[in-house]
Design a protein around this ligand. Structure first.
Ligand code: GEK
Length: 247
């Protein structure tokens, strides 16, 4: 599938609307997320490696807020336990349609991949079933803060012993100096990846009410409240992290 360059914010927009995962975003998403999220390719590929450590034979694996299914594809590359299947879920019709195409293309290129299905659904409404791995790769930050604990509780209750939640998020920091420094470094990352000041400013305006990051302390506390026993940070790149939470 052709990879289009993200130029969504490169001309002045009089009234920048709130960011949504629409067709325009879905079309450029692989380029957008790679140039915007430090460490994204490492997190995605290693989500597959980590999933392979926690997947139980004959169990369900979830990719919640799957977008185009990058994590699902990585998990299909790495998980070899018998009888596993993946359910990838997203509530954006544009993402779901394209995700199905990407997975079909992956099926055409490789034999004996884990079966993967894509469902268009709100993960807050989803009746989760017992599962061994759940990936929330940069999805929780788009869930209304008041609903995040409930979602994590639902996940924790369905995780089988030996399973894991893989949670990746952008962080905010309590210490204003640390927050400023890491945000400045993130802006430098975006500039180095070819985004202009205008693109950076307009994207920030679009996303500031839609994507609400937490501190690492808030994540740890909420995960504990949701019933997770152990929380391990396995990756950080600037202000983006990935954690493993064990039920
Ligand atoms: C990746 N995991 O490439 N229910 C279902 N999906 C939702 C909901 C919801 N309530 N809210 C948001 N989403 C992917 C990247 S992107 C992160 C995830 C980003 C979906 C939304 O439609 C979008 O596709 C995804 O969560 C967040 O590894 O763009 O920074």
């Amino acid at each position: 599938m052709t990879q289009r360059r993200d130029t969504l914010f490169d001309t002045p927009i009089a009234q920048v609307p709130d960011f949504t995962f629409n067709e325009d975003v879905a079309r450029v998403f692989p380029d957008m997320i790679k140039r915007s999220v430090p460490g994204y390719p490492t997190i995605v590929e290693n989500s597959g490696v980590l999933a392979a450590q926690f997947a139980r034979p004959h169990s369900l694996i979830y990719d919640l807020g799957c977008s185009l299914g990058a994590v699902t594809q990585a998990m299909r590359r790495h998980v070899t336990q018998p009888g596993c299947r993946i359910l990838a879920v997203d509530n954006s019709p544009a993402m779901v349609g394209r995700c199905r195409e990407y997975l079909k293309a992956q099926d055409a290129m490789h034999q004996e991949l884990l079966p993967a299905e894509v469902a268009e659904a709100d993960i807050l409404q989803l009746e989760l079933e017992p599962c061994s791995v759940v990936a929330l790769n940069f999805t929780l930050q788009f869930i209304p803060p008041g609903r995040r604990l409930e979602l994590l509780g639902n996940i924790q209750r369905q995780l089988l012993p030996g399973g894991a939640l893989l949670l990746s998020e952008k962080l905010r920091f309590d210490d204003p100096e640390e927050h400023q420094l890491l945000n400045d470094l993130h802006l430098a990352f975006k500039r180095a990846n070819g985004y202009s000041e205008l693109e950076i400013a307009q994207k920030r305006r679009a996303i500031e009410k839609v994507m609400l990051p937490d501190t690492l302390g808030e994540h740890r506390q909420r995960l504990q409240e949701a019933g997770f026993n152990r929380i391990h940070l396995w990756f950080q790149c600037i202000n983006f992290v990935s954690m493993i939470a064990l039920p």
